[in-house]
Design a protein. Structure first.
Lengths: 223, 196
């Protein structure tokens, strides 16, 4: 078959045809995959709620239907008598190192952090991507043997505190220690750490209306 | 046309990363670990084979005047379909690679091979070219990711092999990507020159 000539009619018809075919094919794929994708997303949210509120505790619970407000999503979790166990909040900070950082953080009714999980991130592997584990490790868990090189360079061998579980953003300064807060940033990933803590504070503020960091200065929220 | 030769050609003589220097954006951005490099390479290979096949099949139906827009629509459709399929059926892989998948649309290797090879050759040759270039790209990305992960975070495919205090952060960040790429290219070229 000879190649079609590049006159206006041929060009218009072929381009339109290809665009229509592509749109049709994509619509079909979208139709086929939207079901499974939604299931997976719902399952991820459900597992997230369970892990940030209950942790390892194995008790019966029910999740109220989610409530959305100003970009936050709240999931209230009740025990089987209908008493509030805590609230899981989906919170996003747009200024992570690699883009938006979306987390879910669970507060008990007093505002104490029960747990958190990172839902979506684009942080650097090996650095900011450690956020999912870093902020739940007790200092003892990560205390490494002092390494000769670190001692030579005068670096502190033992890391400080970066476990946020059990903290209460209403009482504790939930900012990185560089900013005068109580949480040690991930080594070499201060931007990620700040974004993470901003998301936690924003979630708390959306739920309870204030944070301890607010009271000191408004500056930390802009860093 | 020797099909086997076409495949080998894509891996060595016309390796997209080390020789043609195509697709540098995803190459530098995604190779922070060996696994990311491998995944990106395989995803690109899939799209490359599909688009090469399609374009070679319909090369006579596409008038020259609108060939670039047509290729772009075809490539973008395959990428979008791939993204949705991965999200639905391999969610774990999608979670690690999700943000890189849309980058494949603007990967000039795919448009480059469509224009330079698929549009001029028969369908079998085009598929072989897709496989060859795809493997070449995957090998290059995995190698780059391997070196950067080992030096930058002391791990091999996610398994820690060196103490974290020996990490050279720069290799995980952008400058390290350029340094590693430059050195790997020098090594590949010196091997090639010795053979010639």
């Amino acid at each position: 078959m000879k190649k079609l000539k590049s006159n206006i009619a041929n060009m218009a018809i072929v381009l339109t045809l290809i665009a229509v075919l592509a749109a049709g094919a994509l619509a079909w794929v979208n139709d086929e995959t939207s079901g499974p994708i939604e299931e997976i997303n719902n399952a991820a949210i459900e597992n997230g709620i369970k892990s940030v509120i209950l942790g390892d505790r194995d008790i019966e619970f029910t999740v109220e239907s989610p409530r959305e407000q100003d970009g936050f999503v709240f999931h209230n979790v009740n025990d089987r008598n209908g008493n509030l166990l805590g609230t899981a909040v989906e919170s996003t900070d747009k200024n992570g190192f690699g883009g938006a950082l979306k987390i879910m953080v669970g507060f008990d009714p007093d505002g104490v952090i029960l747990g958190y999980t990172v839902l979506e991130h684009s942080e650097t592997p090996g650095l900011g991507a450690q956020a999912d584990g870093w902020f739940r490790q007790k200092s003892a868990d990560v205390q490494e043997q002092p390494v000769a090189l670190d001692i030579l360079l005068g670096k502190p061998a033992a890391p400080g505190n970066h476990n946020i579980i059990g903290m209460n953003p209403g009482d504790d300064m939930m900012t990185v220690s560089k900013d005068g807060g109580d949480v040690d940033a991930i080594t070499a990933s201060t931007i990620t750490s700040k974004a993470f803590l901003r998301a936690v504070n924003a979630a708390y503020k959306a739920l309870f209306g204030y944070t301890a960091a607010d009271a000191v200065s408004g500056a930390s929220s802009q860093n | 046309m020797n099909y086997f030769k076409t495949i080998i050609n894509g891996i060595f003589k016309e390796n997209p990363t080390f020789v043609l220097l195509l697709g540098m954006c995803p190459t530098l951005a995604t190779t922070t670990s060996a696994m990311n490099g491998l995944g990106m390479g395989v995803a690109t290979m899939f799209v490359l084979i599909c688009s090469n096949t399609f374009i070679s099949l319909f090369k006579n139906l596409i008038p020259d005047g609108v060939r670039i827009p047509c290729y772009i629509v075809v490539i973008a459709s395959f990428v979008t379909a791939l993204q949705m399929l991965m999200q639905a059926y391999v969610p774990d892989l999608y979670k690690t690679l999700g943000i890189f998948i849309p980058l494949i649309v603007v990967n000039c290797i795919i448009l480059g091979r469509a224009e330079a090879f698929a549009a001029k050759n028969n369908i079998l040759a085009a598929i072989c070219d897709g496989i060859g270039i795809g493997i070449g790209f995957t090998v290059a990305l995995t190698l780059l990711g391997f070196v950067r992960e080992l030096l930058g975070s002391g791990a091999v495919f996610g398994h820690q092999v060196m103490p974290t205090s020996m990490n050279m952060l720069v290799f995980v960040l952008a400058p390290g990507a350029f340094i590693t790429l430059g050195l790997l290219m020098a090594i590949v070229n010196s091997i090639k020159n010795r053979k010639a």
